[in-house]
Design a protein around this ligand. Sequence first.
Ligand code: NAP
Length: 296
Amino acid sequence: MHFQTKNTMRIMNGAALARKIRSVLTIEIEFCKNKYGRSPKLSVILVGNDPASMTYVKSKGKACNEIGIESDLHFLPFSTSQDELLALIRQLNEDDSVDGILVQLPVPKHIDKNVILSAIDYHKDVDGLHPMNVGLLNTAGDCIIPCTPKGILSLLKSEGIEIAGKHAVVIGRSNLVGKPMAQLMLRENASVTVCHSKTRDLPYLTRQGEILIVAIGCPNLINADMIKPGAVVVDVGINSVDNKLVGDVYNSIDVSSIEKKAAAITPVPGGVGPMTIASLLENTFEIYKRRMKVAL
Ligand code: NAP
């Protein structure tokens, strides 16, 4: 008899969920604009002209405008001093028409990222990177949750992935992705292992992950042998290989072996990326609602 291995790996479609989130937001924002006389507004600051950052900032502005959020993009020259940047942030903090403030990272080396992030009014800190929001997340307080981990959690929930009691392995410990992701998984009652560049036996740990979240920024580091059979894999990484966008896990080299191992995976592109933008829009609208004392 001939048995054929059936490929049952599910692709978790972040792009489709993000579209749904955006259409709900569009209706709610239109309602609020009519009722309260102003739209939500996001101010984005970019220092320098790094092409990737430029693309991210423009796509954030476009995503805002498509659903009725006003966007206010500040393109500052590379030579901008820390004091000049701080002065702009103070101005936006005090501007009542601005709900969310985002400084696109990385900032040039002559500017201290931590000083800048701490200068943003934490109530307007749409990226959830102000120390107050980081602290509140760690103490399970009411806070603004960083967009990428927030989007990943929404996607897992919408896919019906059970989290409580599972072993989640998170690779990466940045404030942007890894650490807040680990906190969110803990909040959902998963047991969590966090790995990083000094982790001794990465394959041993990744093979324990019933939910494996990979946020490194290195293509091909995670192969099929490192995945627990039946695991749910979230591929956060964004890498450019031969002018093609690939993740840390799901790329052309190992696709068929991974398909036989994982139960579900986020594609790159079309997985975590669109959910990050959708969460940015949600965070901006959340802040607007808090500031306008809207209850929907
Ligand atoms: P990051 O600040 O550079 O952090 C990378 C993490 O990976 C660090 O914690 C680092 O460990 C760890 N790492 C590096 N090499 C490793 C190795 N060989 N083994 C195990 N761990 C290793 O980057 P990030 O901001 O968290 O972003 C991670 C990736 O996600 C990037 O590709 C980024 O472009 C992508 N990203 C995607 C989205 C999206 O919307 N799809 C959003 C944000 C980020 P150490 O701490 O020890 O250095």
